[in-house]
Design a protein around this ligand. Structure first.
Ligand code: NDP
Length: 284
């Protein structure tokens, strides 16, 4: 008889669509580097199956999961516990299981902030414009507001979603916030320090750009895209042409993954190994 354990610990990802999501590459590179017998399973979960999918995590003995489009907001009502900042954000991107209970966290905004800090971009007392008002935008704007940004403009097509986010920022954080309805080509206001694309526009296979006047991007702006695939989106390329410093979604992805990695494994994530794995993947 062999005493070897043939069972791997499981974590995964819920999304729809999810085929193009590269998170598995970074997380499994981390497992391998630490010699952990863990698997990260990318799962297509349709919205109508979200509740049963969350229940299945318990039944299948998962350690946890990441949550992506379009589930980050809806999933809150199916979890046993939600962290206080994730409640303000109103979105969860990371689940972990403890004592048979599901716990929700939001690590997107925290990963974004760490990436800005690593790049030496100061956001304290700065004016920030964020395109989009979905899960990623909520996480980024709430964390920036709580970390000292002075003013945040949320630009979104869907008026209700944009106004709800601005209401959250105004009521629950110290920042001043305004909403702009995105029903026209948007001109970035003078005096903007940081511009963030937090929409799906440009996510593979879509190669389009957010509908803004690119000649209103100035060289002293920092321009960030949350899209990890492809890392150099058309949005960032056009901002570079305008002389702005640009930051892609890869570093944010790796930094937000760190927190989940530690919750699932109890180990510090080997972020350099994880970042290199992702860069190799996109170089192919
Ligand atoms: P949601 O579905 O919650 O929100 C999508 C947002 O994009 C909404 O504001 C939506 O506007 C806007 N949008 C979609 N299509 C268009 C369009 N054609 N023109 C203008 N606005 C548009 O998604 P998430 O917020 O969860 O994710 C958004 C992006 O962020 C994804 O590409 C995802 O890959 C990326 N992401 C990256 C992370 C990283 O670590 N790098 C982490 C998390 C997300 P409306 O409300 O008007 O429909």
């Amino acid at each position: 008889m062999s005493s070897k354990c043939y069972r791997s610990e499981l974590v995964g990802l819920f999304g729809y669509p999810v085929d193009e999501n590269p998170t598995v590459v970074t997380i499994e590179a981390g497992f391998k580097a630490l010699g952990l017998d863990y698997r990260y399973i990318t799962m297509e979960v349709r919205p109508e199956n979200l509740e049963i999918a969350v229940k299945s995590l318990k039944a299948l003995g998962y350690k946890g999961a990441n949550v992506t489009i379009p589930h980050k907001v809806e999933i809150l009502k199916y979890l046993d516990h939600v962290a206080p900042d994730a409640q303000i954000i109103g979105a969860v991107n990371t689940i972990y299981l403890k004592d048979g209970q599901t716990f929700g966290e939001n690590t997107d905004g925290k990963g974004f902030i760490v990436s800005l800090r690593e790049a030496g971009i100061d956001f304290v007392n700065k004016k920030i414009v964020v395109l989009g008002a979905g899960g990623a935008s909520r996480a980024i704007t709430v964390e920036l507001a709580m970390a000292g940004a002075s003013h945040i403009t949320v630009v979104n097509r869907n008026e209700e979603r944009g106004k709800i986010l601005v209401g959250i920022l105004s009521d629950k954080t110290p920042v001043t916030a305004e909403f702009v309805l995105w029903d026209h080509t948007y001109a970035i206001p003078e005096g903007t320090d940081i511009l963030v694309n937090a929409t799906n526009v440009g996510l593979y296979p879509d190669a389009s750009c957010p509908d803004i006047y690119y000649d209103t991007i100035l060289p002293d702006m920092a321009v960030c895209d949350v899209i990890p695939n492809p890392p150099r989106t058309e949005f960032l390329k056009r901002a570079e042409v305008r002389g702005a410093r640009t930051f892609d979604g890869l570093a944010m992805l790796v930094n937000q993954g760190r927190i989940g990695f530690a919750l699932w494994t109890g180990r510090e994530a080997p972020t350099e190994v994880m970042k290199e794995a992702l860069q190799r993947e996109f170089a192919q």
